[in-house]
Design a protein around this ligand. Structure first.
Ligand SMILES: Nc1nc2c(ncn2[C@@H]2O[C@H](COP(=O)(O)OP(=O)(O)O)[C@@H](O)[C@H]2O)c(=O)[nH]1
Ligand SMILES: [Mg+2]
Length: 208
């Protein structure tokens, strides 16, 4: 899929403030520093699009970006869709009450957003499965919310690590799951995984 247009729509503190559910939507989520902003910028081919999500005060907000215009372009047959940047979780510094608030808002968003076709669950390819990530994926599974697993920062792995990280991750995850979700292996620096993710979104858009 070609990205012809990218537009920041709005930041919302609460799901009820989010834009109309009139097109396919994909939510990007992961622990802070996982590389979420970098991956979003790499995907849409803009260097600073997701910066807005990291400006102080906006980090706990749901940020909507309209991709490929507001209306279907019949000639090009492109479907407009929303890319949604959800607040990162797992900050060491965050207070318990803030964490609980984040969880409540995210759950309300994920469970109420009828146009949400898939959640992009980002994990750092250099780290072993993190408890908070496994718990979050368990929640998605139990709630029946489709998700894919997106490994970030693979350019930071050497050849041996690159050959081993996925199997190691799967060995842990398969204690909890019967099968793995779709997996994407990405580098915001090298562009790995861009084509694959955009093709996945293009195909999934047709389900809407
Ligand atoms: N080498 C490398 N560094 C990355 C990659 N993605 C993100 N980073 C770095 O990891 C740090 C956190 O990235 P950022 O996108 O801000 O993470 P966020 O907090 O999840 O939005 C920054 O220093 C990025 O430059 C990647 O694919 N490769
Ligand atoms: Mg960020």
């Amino acid at each position: 899929m070609e990205i012809s247009q990218v537009e920041f729509v709005k930041s919302s503190a609460h799901p009820r403030e989010c834009p109309e559910m009139d097109r396919p939507e994909y939510a990007f989520i992961g622990r802070s520093n996982v590389g979420k902003s970098s991956l979003i910028n790499m995907l849409v081919g803009r260097n600073s699009m997701a910066k807005i999500s990291s400006t102080p005060g906006k980090t706990q907000l749901i940020n909507h970006f309209a991709i490929n215009g507001l209306e279907r372009d019949k000639e090009k047959e492109t479907t407009p869709w929303y890319l949604t940047d959800l607040p990162g979780f797992g900050y060491a510094k965050i207070s318990k009450s803030e964490r609980i608030k984040w969880e409540r808002t995210s759950r309300q968003f994920l469970e109420g957003r009828k146009n949400l076709l898939c959640t992009m669950m980002l994990v750092d390819s250099r780290l072993k499965p993190q408890k908070v990530d496994l718990e979050f994926m368990a929640y998605l599974g139990e709630t029946g919310l489709p998700f894919v697993l997106v490994f970030t920062k693979v350019d930071k792995l050497n050849k041996t690590e690159r050959e081993a990280f996925q199997a190691k991750y799967e060995a842990v995850m398969l204690k909890q799951w019967h099968k793995m979700p779709p997996i994407f292996i990405t580098s915001a620096v090298k562009g790995d995984g861009r084509e694959e993710l955009l093709t996945f979104i293009e195909v999934t858009n047709q389900l809407f």
